[in-house]
Each structure stands twice: as structure tokens, then as C-alpha cells.
Write a protein that binds this ligand. Structure first.
Ligand SMILES: [Zn+2]
Length: 387
């Protein structure tokens, strides 16, 4: 790979013919059309947050270096930004009056409103640029190893770069476009942001059963995303037909796995809604995220709910009472050992050898309070399990 250091290119040069696509949130072109700011393998512009974009402009005004920027030289008249897209889009947007910065008096100022000498300072700032020339493989390998200043590429952004092609382009149009109205609906079940490729990542994760890398490699040159789209929609439709009310805790669950495991089971959505309501109202349920899988699996796996356990004070107090009584009667302080026939019949267990148990099972309405607490030796407690 050949690299040439360019030191004479100014912000003004780069902003010549700068085009920003508001809809897709992308900086598109610069350098009079010669420069492609956001090739397909680049992630979306994520600096438009009134902090990072403003910081870029403030750095320039203070004369701080913006850091190295890398271009990939595709041909004599065609360069692509390899690294620096966020910074370039930030100053490009500022120079074209897309956002404002605050002046010394805290007033918002657009580029057209700041003093001429400050405008010139920005426009005449020279950027250090490495132009790289190499094969696609070389460039991509290298791209994999660099991190964009501040925010490293996440895994899906990296995969999009490695497997760039018609499939990724189509998939990003569907899953990475935050103006897509469907994102709103999907975000009830999928966490993360479309811009950071987290919806795309989830869709790929579900359809590939966790083998995103393989799937992307296999489909890299496909000219359609039908399977990906259909599968994702099937999962979303299934969730919303089983659970008709949207709860906050549904966001980010492993819906792909749950869909595969339970899609063939019939559910009465009214009954399900009733169960969800009851469990949400139950103060002993510590893990609300587990409610959905618990119901899907037939309401038997109580571990999923992480039912509130007895506190230490309760355990100690019940232990003391049981042990005093047991010593008086010459029996074990574990009531199940006491009625057994082995050597443990008279064993006095230590506190740390016992666990608290619900006398009347929690699942049958037994409360988690001192009146419903009994200490059992660990073996018996485990054997009794969660009834
Ligand atoms: Zn026992």
C-alpha cells in the first residue's frame, strides 16, 4: 500500500461542493466532487449531537490539531474518506450553516454570523491527510485496524466495512435509517440506535442464529435482503401478537431465541396479558425482564423471575429460634433432617450451612416474610426446590 502525506489541503478545499444528506444523516461529497465522504463501508454520521460536532469547530478555532485524516485514492479523480469522516462532516456542516456554536457571550452563532477573521481561520486551516493507494483487501484490512478518534467502530460497523457490497447497502437502507418510521415500532423490542447499526445487528443475529459473520459473508453479493427482512418481521409480528401490550422491559430481550423456541406454541393473548399484569404487580418479582420467557415457557421456571429472597436479619432470627428449639428437643435444627433416619437426625447445622425456604411456596401465593420462612439444611433446601 502506498501512502502520500498531503499538507496543503485546507478546510476550504474540502468544503468546496460539500453536500450533506439530511435525510440519511450522511456527508456525501467534498473537494469539488472529487471526494466521497461516506463510502458504503463507513458508518453513519454520529457527531451531530451539539457536543462532538461543536468540539471539532472549537478545536479548529483554538488552533488545535484535528488529527490525521486518511483518504483512499480510488483513481486520480476519485478519493474516498477512510478515516476522518466524522470530522469532515462536522466542519462541512458548520461551514454550510447546518449548526451553530456558542460565542464568548453564550450566543448561538452560525458560520455566516461569526467574525470574518474567524471564518478565515476555519477555512484556511490546513488538514494533514494521508492518501493511501492499495488493493481493496489491503485498504479494508488496514481500515479494520484503525479507530476513528473518540468513538471506536463497534462490531457491526466493522462487519459492514468488511462485507461492504449490495447486501449491506440494502440492509442499511432498511435497518440503519433512523428516519424509517418502522424503527419506532421496532424499538419497543430492540435496544440501541439505528445509526450505530444495532437494529441491523439484531436482524442479522436473529436470521443467522448468532452467526452474523458467516451470514454476511454468504450474502455479501446478494441483490436483495428478502430473507433478512422477512425473518425479522416474523419475529416482531410474533412478539406483538403474543404480548399485545408493550412493556419497557421487553426491550432488548433475546427475542430471536424465544421465537425459535416458542413460535409453534399457541398462546391466548388475553390470558397472557392478564399474567403479565399480575406478575408486574407482584412486588416479589425482582427480574421483570424474565416475565416474558416465564410465561412463554408455561409459568414454571421461577428462576427467571428472580423472586425476592429472605433478608439476612430474617434468616438469622428464624435460625436462632429453630436452633434453640432443636437443642431443647435433641433433634436437628433442619426439620427435614429431624424426621429422617440417618446420622443427621440430631445434627445442629451452622447458619451458613442452611438456606431459607418458603413454607408456603411463593408460587402458590406464599409471602416472603418471617412468618413464612423456614431454615433448611442446604441439601434439603435444594431437594425441595421451587415448588
Ligand atoms: Zn436437612
Amino acid at each position: 500500500m502506498d501512502t502520500t502525506l498531503q499538507t496543503e489541503i485546507t478546510i476550504k478545499d474540502i468544503c468546496e461542493g460539500f453536500v450533506y444528506n439530511e435525510l440519511e444523516g450522511k456527508g456525501l461529497f467534498g473537494l469539488s466532487g472529487k471526494l466521497t465522504i461516506q463510502p458504503e463501508y463507513q458508518r453513519n454520521y454520529i457527531y451531530a449531537d451539539g457536543k462532538r460536532d461543536v468540539a471539532v469547530i472549537e478545536s479548529i478555532l483554538k488552533g488545535y490539531p484535528l488529527g490525521l485524516i486518511y483518504f483512499n485514492k480510488v483513481s486520480d479523480n476519485n478519493l474516498e474518506v477512510l478515516d476522518g469522516q466524522q470530522r469532515i462532516t462536522s466542519f462541512g456542516r458548520f461551514v454550510t450553516n447546518k449548526f451553530a456554536i456558542k460565542d464568548q457571550n453564550g450566543m448561538e452563532q452560525y458560520f455566516s454570523g461569526i467574525a470574518k477573521d474567524k471564518q478565515d481561520k476555519i477555512l484556511n486551516t490546513k488538514i494533514l491527510i494521508y492518501e493511501c493507494e492499495g488493493t481493496e483487501t489491503e485498504i479494508k484490512e488496514w481500515f479494520k485496524t484503525i479507530n476513528i478518534a473518540g468513538v471506536p467502530l463497534n462490531n457491526q460497523e466493522l462487519l459492514n466495512a468488511i462485507y461492504s457490497g449490495p447486501f449491506v447497502t440494502l440492509a442499511k437502507e432498511e435497518f440503519s435509517n433512523s428516519t424509517n418510521a418502522k424503527i419506532q415500532k421496532w424499538s419497543a423490542y430492540v435496544s440501541g440506535s439505528a445509526n450505530r447499526q444495532e437494529f441491523l445487528e439484531r436482524a442479522l443475529d436473529w436470521v443467522s442464529k448468532g452467526n452474523i459473520d458467516n451470514y454476511m459473508s454468504k450474502h455479501r453479493f446478494d441483490d436483495n435482503i428478502t430473507e433478512l427482512k422477512n425473518y425479522f418481521n416474523s419475529v416482531i409480528d410474533w412478539i406483538s401478537s403474543v404480548f399485545t401490550n408493550v412493556e419497557t422491559e421487553m426491550r432488548g430481550l433475546e427475542w430471536g431465541r424465544l421465537y425459535e423456541k416458542y413460535k409453534k406454541q399457541p398462546y391466548d393473548h388475553k390470558k397472557v396479558a392478564e399474567q403479565v399484569r399480575e406478575l408486574y404487580a407482584d412486588s416479589y418479582v425482582k427480574n421483570r425482564k424474565g416475565i416474558f420467557e416465564f410465561i412463554l415457557g408455561g409459568s414454571t421456571d421461577f428462576k427467571l423471575l428472580d423472586v425476592r429472597v429472605f433478608d439476612e436479619a430474617t434468616k438469622k432470627s428464624v435460625y436462632a429460634k429453630q436452633t434453640t428449639e432443636a437443642e431443647k428437643n435433641g433433634t436437628s435444627n433442619c426439620s427435614l433432617c429431624a424426621i429422617g433416619h440417618d446420622a443427621n437426625k440430631t445434627k445442629i447445622w451452622k447458619l451458613n450451612e442452611m438456606d431459607a425456604d418458603h413454607v408456603s411456596a411463593w408460587s402458590k401465593g406464599g409471602a416472603t416474610d418471617i412468618k413464612n420462612c423456614e431454615m433448611l439444611c442446604k441439601t434439603h433446601n435444594r431437594a425441595k426446590g421451587n415448588k
